[in-house]
Design a protein around this ligand. Sequence first.
Ligand SMILES: *[C@@H]1O[C@H](CO)[C@@H](O)[C@H](O)[C@H]1NC(C)=O
Ligand SMILES: *[C@@H]1O[C@H](CO)[C@@H](O)[C@H](O)[C@H]1NC(C)=O
Ligand SMILES: *[C@@H]1O[C@H](CO)[C@@H](O)[C@H](O)[C@H]1NC(C)=O
Ligand SMILES: *[C@@H]1O[C@H](CO)[C@@H](O)[C@H](O)[C@H]1NC(C)=O
Ligand SMILES: *[C@@H]1O[C@H](CO)[C@@H](O)[C@H](O)[C@H]1NC(C)=O
Ligand SMILES: CC(=O)N[C@H]1CO[C@H](CO)[C@@H](O)[C@@H]1O
Length: 499
Amino acid sequence: MAMCLGLWILMLALHIQAGSGQMVQMDPSKSGFVGSQVELRCIFINSNPPVKISQVTWQKLLNGTKQNVAIANPALGVSVLPPFKERVSFKQAAVRHRTPSLEDTTIVFSNLQLSDEAAYICEYTTFPAGNRENMVNLTVFARPMTRMSLTTPTIVARGPKRKMTVATCVSANGKPPSVIKWETRLKGEATFQESRNQNGTVTVRSNYVVVPSRETHMQRLTCIVTYRNENIKDSVVLNVQYEPEVTIEGFDGNWYLNRQNVQLTCRADANPPVTIYSWKLLNGSLPTNVEIKNNTLFFKGPVTYDLAGTYVCDATNGIGTRTGIVDVNITEYPINPTNGGQEISQEQHNTGAAIGGAVGGLALLGLAAILLFIFLRRRQRTFKGDYSTKKHVFGNGYSKAGGLPAHPPIPKNLQYPDDSDDEKKPAQIGSTGGFEASERDFEAEAEDLKRPYFTVDEGESRDYDERTLAFQYDPEPELADDMISQTDGSVISKKEWYV
Ligand SMILES: *[C@@H]1O[C@H](CO)[C@@H](O)[C@H](O)[C@H]1NC(C)=O
Ligand SMILES: *[C@@H]1O[C@H](CO)[C@@H](O)[C@H](O)[C@H]1NC(C)=O
Ligand SMILES: *[C@@H]1O[C@H](CO)[C@@H](O)[C@H](O)[C@H]1NC(C)=O
Ligand SMILES: *[C@@H]1O[C@H](CO)[C@@H](O)[C@H](O)[C@H]1NC(C)=O
Ligand SMILES: *[C@@H]1O[C@H](CO)[C@@H](O)[C@H](O)[C@H]1NC(C)=O
Ligand SMILES: CC(=O)N[C@H]1CO[C@H](CO)[C@@H](O)[C@@H]1O
């Protein structure tokens, strides 16, 4: 059915073109790139009785106006008209004979120009049948120049964070226009802009905009330009220069008298690399027994109280100087005497805890249940807020260092009401004993933390206790009964606490 319809339409078309048996056969459309060569086909289909071809005329139809391109006449020969003379010729040598055969008047267009884009008419003048003609649309493509570039070879990330164009991708003078896309893990945005040239080509430009930072350094940025059905890819890698990001390593919170070979190392992530490290001790001069090697302070000999203080490391690169800070406190004895203050790795610690937990788990669980029961009973009677009994306070030293916030602000309004003092104390003391062992575990775990911190020594903890306990009261009503609030604002489950 569809085929029949198609055939019928074709017949109709042939009929229209052929008139009474003759027709001009052409391709409906043709295309070529600037500079290339293209054939525009034109074949005269004669029929019985044959008609006589008087003349063949090729015309360019642009914008409603016709312009003669080439003429072939059986008596007078062939003529290609001026603007086309150099670039247009009839394909068949027979057309150019003295007694030409004009059935095939295909022309060859060489060195195509954008201005050649138009419709071309091939018109046969015959006798006695009159004129027969057909038309081809010629499209001219222009391959774009595509290039990607970094805005500058190195980007300097300094001062306030500002968005900036880090790379540009341009596909210039293309026809049809290209489409630009970006491929990257960078968080940024692309801007697109198209400008049309007078000759019909289009320049497409896209800028990639990011806030340059340490994190964007060495990130790859790929521009994908799609022109017709080809993809052109090009990549750049950002080179971002940034100020040093400084941390001081080496203080583990357990510098006790007579400990040997302690050191502080100033670590900086910087591009370009740090050229100068300088150390100082706030409100004082560095101890006499330190040796400075590159970015490390080696403390010669045993630890003494003289080492305590706030150490500051300034790291400088070509972009700027940034400061790292650590508060060093000296204790009389190691924090955890069982392992002599030696650092144990988190893994070892965890394994130990796991085994201990497995063995003692059941027994402890039972004990815990009893304790919890007693505790809750007691609490129901006396609880006015806090039931955490942590003795050790972390991070307090920072406030003195000035500027390094390490501790959430202490809520002033969370003090116990005065009249509750008497009730509070027995409750705390009563529960302290039960928590002692697990507190130690917690302490050891905290030792592994990278960040420097302060530990209040057991001996002098009394005053702290009174104060911190008051601060530790966490009024959040949704806090579940089996959760215990921490000084850092987090909570831990009581189960963890006990087991
Ligand atoms: C050729 O182009 C003209 C206008 O430029 C358009 O009207 C016509 O449909 C086109 N013919 C074909 C076969 O594409
Ligand atoms: C026809 O061409 C003239 C210039 O040659 C131009 O100004 C005009 O806009 C064109 N018209 C159309 C319909 O394209
Ligand atoms: C089109 O115009 C642009 C801008 O004038 C020019 O750079 C480009 O070479 C031109 N393209 C062609 C194929 O003539
Ligand atoms: C410390 O600096 C010296 C030169 O001043 C250099 O030879 C040495 O490799 C550096 N050591 C480290 C660990 O950077
Ligand atoms: C920590 O050191 C600072 C001074 O560096 C001192 O004021 C503070 O009391 C010390 N804390 C402890 C627990 O030693
Ligand atoms: C305790 C002490 O001396 N603190 C001083 C440390 O130095 C700063 C300024 O350098 C002073 O403001 C502090 O009073």
